[in-house]
Structure formats: structure tokens, C-alpha cells
Write a protein that binds this ligand. Sequence first.
Ligand SMILES: Nc1nc2c(ncn2[C@@H]2O[C@H](COP(=O)(O)OP(=O)(O)OP(=O)(O)O)[C@@H](O)[C@H]2O)c(=O)[nH]1
Ligand SMILES: [Mg+2]
Length: 295
Amino acid sequence: MPLTDRLFNALRKTRTSLDRAFQTLVRCRISPETLEELEELLLAADMGFEVVEAVNDTLLKTRPPNPSLAVREILLERLSDSQLAYELPAGPTVMMVVGVNGTGKTTSVAKLAAYYRRQGRKVILVAADTYRAAAVEQLRIWSERLKLRLVCNEHSADPAAVLYDGLQAMLAGDYDLAIVDTAGRLHTYDNLMVELNKMYDVVRKRFAQLQISSLITIDANLGQNSILQASQFARRVPLDGAILTKFDGTAKGGMVFPLYRELAIPTAFVGIGEHLDDLYQFDANQYVESLFEVD
Ligand SMILES: Nc1nc2c(ncn2[C@@H]2O[C@H](COP(=O)(O)OP(=O)(O)OP(=O)(O)O)[C@@H](O)[C@H]2O)c(=O)[nH]1
Ligand SMILES: [Mg+2]
């Protein structure tokens, strides 16, 4: 099944309940009371207060005959700033994948490797999660499946040292994209955040010729707390985009909006399953369409 169809399926729950709310609005007059159902649904889908306020204001002010169309436009407009779209730098690049524990970093690293290899990039993987032996093993299995070079060092507890080795190997070989798996960390653990900074310093100071691009993985099921976590990460390290993981099986498909509007983090990819090709490159138009087209 094409990825767009699978995104459409993943958003089914959100879409059908939104549609029900729009039907109510068409049947009854648009008023603060009748808007309540729609408001609750938008919040339950994690679209955030900014979206809810804009929807309320516009619908109350203009009372459009087709509220669904009006809301579709509001949502599209909110994602249309192309300056904020994610793009991987063209030259030799270090892609850091960071995020809270269990949000899908290692799986996403493998999916990204497959994705960018298809785009013609020469990919090398770096296993910089030195906390768990199983973490390196997990990425090794993916690297073998993908037939990609993996740099790891089971004997070093310092992820910055592993990263250094990985980037040396990148420059020595014919690679132009190093994808780095990092350990899961909570933004509240200061020493782990300092460690992450140290990794960025390795790239900036020792490999100044390489570009850095960082993606944060966010589990779509975790709700508003993820926004707080992402904002804390963003204060400590540069974030260029988000991978919303576990979109399959969630009714919370709206995180894209607060991430973009409140934190200026564009959604770069959406994870829709556990397999290598279950990675959808985010497209705002397709995404908004998927929230509205009624099946
Ligand atoms: N359904 C679904 N499962 C996913 C997706 N992405 C990751 N997973 C699953 O989520 C679990 C955790 O994924 P990992 O990639 O190990 O997460 P992690 O962030 O590397 O975890 P730590 O290294 O422990 O912090 C695994 O069982 C994955 O198969 C997704 O898009 N959809
Ligand atoms: Mg991991």
C-alpha cells in the first residue's frame, strides 16, 4: 500500500470524529456552544490552543457555509511557511537522532538510512548509544540487513569518542551522510544533556567541514508532554526537524501544529510502523488533506 494511503489510514480516527463535528456545525448554527465539540476534538488530537483559537475566531466571525473547508484552509495556512520545511543539507552531513527513551530513535535511524540511500546518499551508521549493549546490537542487526557500515565501540562508555571514530571513518571512506543513533534521555537529566552537547562540540570543533542536522523523535501517543520535552531539548541543542513516531494506531495526529507554531520545529518524517519502509516524508498538503477527505 502506498505510504500516503497508510498515512490516511493512520489518521482515520481523527478524521471521522472531525467530520462528525463538522456535520453538527452545519446542522446547528455556529455558536460558542456548538463549536465546543470541534474544539474538544482538536485539543484531543493535540493540535494545540493556537489552532483552536484560530478556528474558533474564524468560524464565529465568518460563519462559513462549509466549516470543514474553512478549517482546512486555516490548518494549511499554519503549515505553509516554506522557510520552516525540513531539508537535509546537500554536502557531507552528520545527522543526529535524539529524543526521550523508547520514542523510536534506533528504528528511525535504520529507516532514515534506507530512505536517504534511496535518494543516492552514501550512508554510514554510528551507534553512539553506549549505555546498553543491546542498543548497539539492535543497530547492528539493522546495519546488516541494510548492508551498511556501522561504527560502534562496545568498550567505550563515551559517546563523543564513538562519534569521533565514526566521523573519522566517514571522512576516510566514500560517505556523505553519517546517521548517529544516540541514547534515550530525559531532558531533566542535566548530565545527559551536557553529554549531548559534548557530541555536538565534537562535530563543530573537530569536523567543521561537516554540516549538522538534528532530528528529534517524538512518540505521537504521548500527548502534550512531548511538546514540553521537545522545547527543553530545543533549548539545549539545535533541532532541525521532528520524526513523529508510532502514528499508526494513534488518534493523536495533531502534534505537527504545536511543534511547528510554538517551537518552530517542522515535522520532517512520520513513522507509521516498525519496518524499514514505514517512514513517510512529511508533506503538509497531503497531511491536511488526510485529515479531511471523508472515506
Ligand atoms: N508501531 C510503531 N512502532 C514503532 C515505530 N517506531 C518505533 N517503533 C517501536 O517502538 C519501540 C522502541 O523503538 P526504538 O527504536 O528501540 O526506540 P529508541 O528511541 O531507540 O529507544 P531507546 O534507545 O531505548 O531510547 C520498538 O519496539 C519499535 O519497533 C512506529 O513508527 N510505529
Ligand atoms: Mg535506541
